[in-house]
Write a protein that binds this ligand. Structure first.
Ligand code: ADP
Length: 492
């Protein structure tokens, strides 16, 4: 399983846009600084991108404020906002090969995944929220006395959106869709590892006809551009996806201006396989639930609990399947696994693999680097993992699966819940009673039964405990971008 960079089948895309989008204009950063974005498959520079900092964020926030308060956006009727979102979805669809290729280039994810997973979910999410734009409304409330009382759901204002690098376009869709449907304006800070698709999407948004200042995009680094966005008094709300440690910093800083915050953070999701499950389906779910996207999923099923009586049979099947993974050039359509996104992630994952070995887990396959160029890591499976090992407690965010054994349902519920995370969980069983028991007793924002990683724009997603605050997607996702106003009118 050596990474070979063969001739690409899907062409590597041209990088069209590397500047900041502020007030409808593409600009260099005020400082003139740029940063390099790297191809994780080759470790070569792809492009230099304008590096926004506090000054650029200030300009972007001012543009977003102006667009929120004056101009065509607040005067536009809701159906028209919906039409712009539909138009953006259509433009994404028209350019989906290019966007998928750009995502693969910047992030390293296999082109087959960008094309079959990321892009369709992105398009669907924009269409889903396009449909909501003219369906966000308040209520008439019967109150005591001679008053007519109703509520309005108004846009929260300027939304600062800070996203990670694992699903760059999809995280934009989850954030722009509800914000724009609700009538907010946006300052987006993409992750420094993957700014390119955000900028291309900005071009498409301009082409779709969103008015100047409604969508602003400022690539840059977390402690500079990100922190400036969180601290800016002109921003009403921060929506953040990333690590819980960053969320702690953001929450503290946002408290100064009492910004609304919503967080979608990490996880150490339990994937529970009972002996009565369809084992072949569960093997596929365990494999896909962890290794999809190089293991770089906040909801990765990284703690695989297997009922003792089927452990050996299950692990044998799992190994057979994992050993077939094809690692290599993400532009090869046959590739299952590309490189990790950057050197920092790659080093962190290798550190956990070493820790797993030292702490006494049994490495059944993988366990190191793949090839000698690019940030490729072998798909790794550890058996004999115990609950206190760091590979069972910490989010690794890489292709490293920890297998744990259990005997009964109460034990596995306790152990599944023995984490400060609570993003997702899955259970594999043919017993509907057990399925419901796990679904109800495991403290996680999503529980999959006999499936894994099934997402839909209509179904809310988010975390219990330190995996998040608030929910994205679905009708729930609109709450993040609306304020409720109560209007009380004396009848005479
Ligand atoms: P990861 O370790 O996976 O990169 P982070 O939470 O560090 O996750 O990053 C997610 C996003 O948060 C990125 O866009 C990053 O630039 C941004 N970020 C990092 N630190 C801060 C910060 N102090 N304030 C605001 N944003 C930040």
């Amino acid at each position: 399983m050596t990474a070979t960079l063969t001739a690409p089948v899907t062409a590597r895309p041209r990088v069209r846009q590397t500047r900041l989008l502020i007030d409808g204009q593409w600009r260099d950063s005020v400082s003139g600084k740029t940063f390099a974005t790297i191809d994780p498959a080759t470790e070569m520079k792809i492009a230099d991108v304008a590096e926004g900092d506090r000054t650029d964020i200030d300009l972007a926030v001012k543009a977003a404020r102006k667009a929120f308060e004056t101009g065509p956006w607040p005067a536009m009727d809701a159906r028209h906002r919906g039409r712009l979102l539909y138009k953006l979805a259509d433009l994404i669809e028209k350019n989906k090969e290019e966007l998928a290729a750009l995502e693969t280039l910047d992030n390293g994810k296999p082109i087959k995944d960008s094309l079959a997973a990321d892009l369709p979910l992105v398009i669907d999410c924009f269409r889903y929220y396009a449909g909501w734009a003219d369906k966000i409304h308040g209520q008439v409330i019967p109150v005591r006395g001679n008053y007519f009382t109703y509520t309005r759901r108004e846009p929260v204002g300027v939304a600062g959106q800070i996203i990670p690098w694992n699903f760059p376009l999809l995280m934009i869709a989850w954030k722009w869709g509800p914000a724009l449907a609700a009538g907010c304006t946006i300052v987006l800070k993409p992750a420094e590892q993957t700014p390119l698709t955000a900028l291309r999407l900005g071009e498409l948004a301009m082409e779709a006809g969103f008015p100047a200042g409604v969508i602003n995009i400022v690539p840059g680094f977390g402690p500079t551009a990100g922190a400036a966005l969180v601290e800016h008094p002109g921003v009403d709300k921060i929506a953040f996806t990333g690590e819980y440690r960053t969320a702690q910093v953001i929450m503290k800083a946002a408290s100064q201006t009492l910004k609304r915050v919503t967080f979608e953070l990490g996880g150490k999701s339990p994937n529970v396989v009972f002996a009565d499950a369809d084992l072949d389906a569960a093997v596929e779910g365990a494999h896909f639930g962890l290794f999809f996207n190089q293991g770089q999923c906040c909801c990765a099923g990284s703690r695989l609990f297997i009922e003792e009586s089927v452990h050996d049979e299950f692990v044998a099947k799992l190994l057979h399947s994992v050993k077939k993974r094809k690692i290599g050039d993400p532009f090869d359509p046959a590739t299952d696994q590309g490189p990790q996104v950057d050197k920092a992630q790659y080093d962190k994952i290798l550190h956990y693999i070493e820790a797993g070995k030292k702490e006494g887990a049994r490495c059944l396959t993988g366990g190191g680097r793949d090839g000698d160029k690019g940030f490729f890591i072998q798909p790794t499976v550890f058996d004999n993992v115990t609950d206190k090992m760091s590979i069972a407690t910490d989010e690794i965010f890489g292709p490293v699966l920890s297998v744990l054994k259990f005997r009964d349902i109460n034990e596995v519920v306790d152990r599944a819940n023995n984490t400060f995370y609570g993003l997702a969980a899955a259970v594999w069983t043919r017993d509907v009673g057990k399925a419901h028991a796990i679904a109800h007793r495991v403290r996680a924002g999503t529980v999959w039964v006999n499936c894994y990683d099934v997402f839909d724009a209509a179904a809310p997603f988010g975390g219990f405990k330190m995996s998040g605050m608030g929910r994205e997607l679905g009708e729930k996702g609109l709450d993040n971008y609306t304020e409720v106003k109560t209007v009380v009118i004396a009848k005479d």
